[in-house]
Design a protein around this ligand. Structure first.
Ligand SMILES: NC(=O)c1ccc[n+]([C@@H]2O[C@H](COP(=O)([O-])OP(=O)(O)OC[C@H]3O[C@@H](n4cnc5c(N)ncnc54)[C@H](O)[C@@H]3O)[C@@H](O)[C@H]2O)c1
Ligand SMILES: O=C(O)CC[C@@H](O)C(=O)O
Length: 638
């Protein structure tokens, strides 16, 4: 339905907007019934009957006036309920209407709300967004002396069938009329010939019967404004951009993107390379966890991709170089689940040093083995941390507080926290530790960094933990070391090959070995951490999409930008070659563009220039900006 080719630059004279489920997310009368009957036993059945009548009317399945009267008969509401409804509806204004307050108030003279709803609740809600009270054409209630609703004003044209047509006729519109709404009665304005276009509005509800007869389908007010080249809050409507969320990220993420108007597809599992190459073609933002590999090949298929969110700490599953070359920033959630990993590691260290897992397994088999053999306190034992980053350091502090002696080895120079002691080589750390815990990042060169040679260096009866990345450990060598008794206990959370979904089986040489805790990569999977990540990563991605800020990106020059006010913002990503800023500035100068702010950051491969310009420019210069040598990506924000 949506067809850019037919977009017109002629502004319509009148915009006629529906109220229920268009201006607001909900149907006013349904909500009024729900409020009035609150606490009564028949509330849900009556509200359901009213909703059915509303739906039938909206789909054009019953006569409008018949449906309205039946709904009013079912209501037992009064003025105080209407006041409560108004308060509620103020919280239910459609997100894209809220975003476009400026358009609504600046074009108030040309905007009418024509609704079969009631002025008593529409006027106060719509007026807050700049709609003129006398531009609300809607029904009115009749009340008795106690303020109870007893009917509707029958003299109002909107009380009868074809009411919207009659109401619009009364305005005697001279120019074009564009009708926007979710219901069949909105389409009837177009059918009658009074409106020249009907836009089916699907942000809140999509009625297929209405969509089928619409000239255009718009999923937000921004999309309507974009289609008509009118001022709007979003330079490119988010409702035309798709977000793909994989690996069961927290629902808070879905909510955050939907709230901003994006289309969201949510999948519980990961996708393999071929599946992703296909799926990513129309995706603007992708969110993954640790099991989806975003390879160069995937990125070659991702021509609409603007940003990547790793809903975790590790980003080794993403080809960061390829993403940077394509001008795609990647964001993750450092520290988000650090504490969760630390707590699991501490728990496992205690259970393994105590030999409790073996004892528990015996109990499940009916064996009672009350003895202290092979069971120790962690107090005074030497903990060797390989990797002293976020997790390593936090584990260091907690373990020390529990009486352990902490040693660490890191590939880069790190200062010790508390009484932890740095050692100068991995081999030294392996030789002295009673417990060894890996917390290195997943860079390729760390593959199999712990194998037979390293296990041989360890003390006999060592406890070994890996909660970092699976490919870091040679699993057959680990299995051998456990079987031989070299390793007295192991806690393994990450594996070289992990199932993509919970429906796939898990197979490993470590299964069935004594005093081994196997967990399905859940070091970071606590509800606290997942909820934090589910909010944090979308916030970063949305900041980039809406404002251009790349603060916290793992592969991009980081800029933290001020909020955009009264200007338009140009975001230009280019290969880091000399002279791009000078070329940009000469284009601005030549075209008399007034620059209100400018920012530049580069890293070794890309440059990111952000220019705020005063409104009221001729768009022709954009062609020249796009043509600058080395341009990777270019977009504008309003
Ligand atoms: N199991 C889980 O669910 C889970 C949860 C969160 C993080 N992780 C993983 O845990 C690991 C650590 O996370 P973090 O947030 O502490 O990362 P980080 O980047 O803060 O720390 C990693 C540290 O390892 C060091 N390092 C890298 N290679 C090394 C090597 N070969 N030898 C010695 N030191 C080396 C780095 O210099 C750095 O200090 C990462 O692999 C991360 O992906 C796993
Ligand atoms: O939740 C995940 O899939 C990954 C958790 C962890 O490995 C991380 O990198 O944060």
């Amino acid at each position: 339905m949506y067809d850019m080719a037919t977009a017109t630059i002629n502004a319509p004279i009148l915009y006629v907007i529906d109220f229920d489920s268009t201006f607001t997310k909900v149907e006013g009368l349904d909500e009024l019934a729900s409020i009035a009957l609150s606490g009564q036993s028949n509330q849900s059945s009556i509200v359901a009957q009213i909703r059915d009548l509303t739906d039938m009317g909206m789909n054009g399945e019953i006569s409008f006036s018949e449906g309205l009267r039946k709904r009013i008969e079912l209501l037992s509401a009064n003025k105080s309920h209407i006041q409560t409804l108004v308060e509620y509806l103020r919280t239910q204004v459609s997100n894209s209407f809220l975003r476009n307050r400026q358009f609504l108030s600046e074009h108030a003279e040309n905007i009418y709300i024509v609704s079969s709803g009631f002025k008593e609740f529409i006027v106060p809600v719509a007026a807050e967004l700049g709609i003129l009270p006398d531009h609300v054409l809607a029904n009115e209630f009749r009340f008795d002396q106690e303020g109870n609703i007893i009917g509707i004003d029958e003299s109002n044209p909107l009380a009868s069938d074809g009411g919207k047509i009659k109401a619009l006729q009364s305005l005697q519109p001279e120019g074009e009329v564009y009708a926007i709404g979710d219901g069949y009665t909105d389409y009837e304005l177009r059918q009658s010939g009074l409106a020249s276009r009907f836009y089916a509005f699907t942000e809140n509800v999509r009625r297929e019967k209405v969509v089928a007869v619409a000239d255009y389908v718009v999923a937000s007010l921004d999309e309507f404004l974009f289609h008509n080249k009118l001022d709007r809050s979003q330079s490119y409507p988010t409702s035309l951009l798709k977000v793909l969320l994989l690996e069961n990220v927290h629902p808070a993420a879905v909510e955050a993107f939907r709230k901003d108007g994006f289309q969201v597809e949510f999948l519980k599992g990961a996708l393999d390379e071929d599946e992703l190459c296909e799926k990513i073609k129309d995706v603007a933002i992708i969110g993954i966890r640790s099991k989806t590999n975003i390879t160069r090949k995937v990125l070659e298929n991702a021509n609409r991709l603007m940003a990547i969110g790793a809903f975790c700490i590790g980003t080794n599953q993403i080809d960061l170089d390829a993403a940077t070359e394509k001008g795609i920033p990647v964001f993750n959630a450092p520290y988000s689940n650090t504490r969760s990993v630390v707590e699991l590691a501490i728990g496992e260290i205690i259970l393994l040093v105590r030999n409790s897992v073996t004892k528990s397994n015996k109990m499940h088999r009916g064996e009672w083995d009350k003895s202290a053999i092979g069971s120790y306190e962690i107090r005074g034992k030497k903990l060797g941390l390989v990797g002293y980053g976020s997790i390593g350091t936090q584990l260091s502090v907690v373990a020390e507080a529990m009486g352990m002696e902490v040693y660490f080895y890191d590939a880069v120079e790190k200062l010790a926290l508390g009484n932890a002691k740095k050692v100068s080589s991995l081999d030294e750390l392996l030789k002295i530790s009673d417990v060894i815990s890996l917390h290195v990042d997943g860079r390729k060169s760390n593959a199999a960094m712990i194998g037979k040679r390293e296990f041989d260096l360890m003390k006999d009866g060592v406890i070994f933990l890996n909660l970092s990345r699976g490919h870091v450990v040679d699993i057959p060598a680990l299995a051998e070391a456990i079987k031989s008794g070299k390793i007295a206990g192991a806690g393994i959370d990450v594996f070289p090959h992990e199932p993509k979904t919970n429906n796939e089986p898990f197979v490993s040489e470590l299964q069935g070995l004594s005093n081994v805790i196997l967990t399905p990569h859940v070091g970071g999977s606590t509800l606290e951490a997942q909820e934090n990540i589910g909010k944090f990563v979308p916030a970063k991605l949305l900041e980039y999409m809406n404002n251009g800020s790349t603060y916290g990106s793992v592969n991009f020059p980081e800029v933290q930008l001020p909020k955009l006010t009264d200007s338009h913002r140009i975001l230009h990503i280019h290969a880091n070659v000399p002279g791009v800023l000078a070329k940009l500035n000469s284009i601005f100068g030549k075209n008399n563009i007034n620059i209100t702010g400018q920012y530049l950051k580069t890293n070794e491969s890309v440059g990111y220039v952000i220019v705020d310009i005063a409104k009221g420019y001729d768009r022709e210069f954009l062609r020249e900006v796009r043509a600058i040598d080395g341009t990777i990506r270019f977009r504008m924000l309003y």
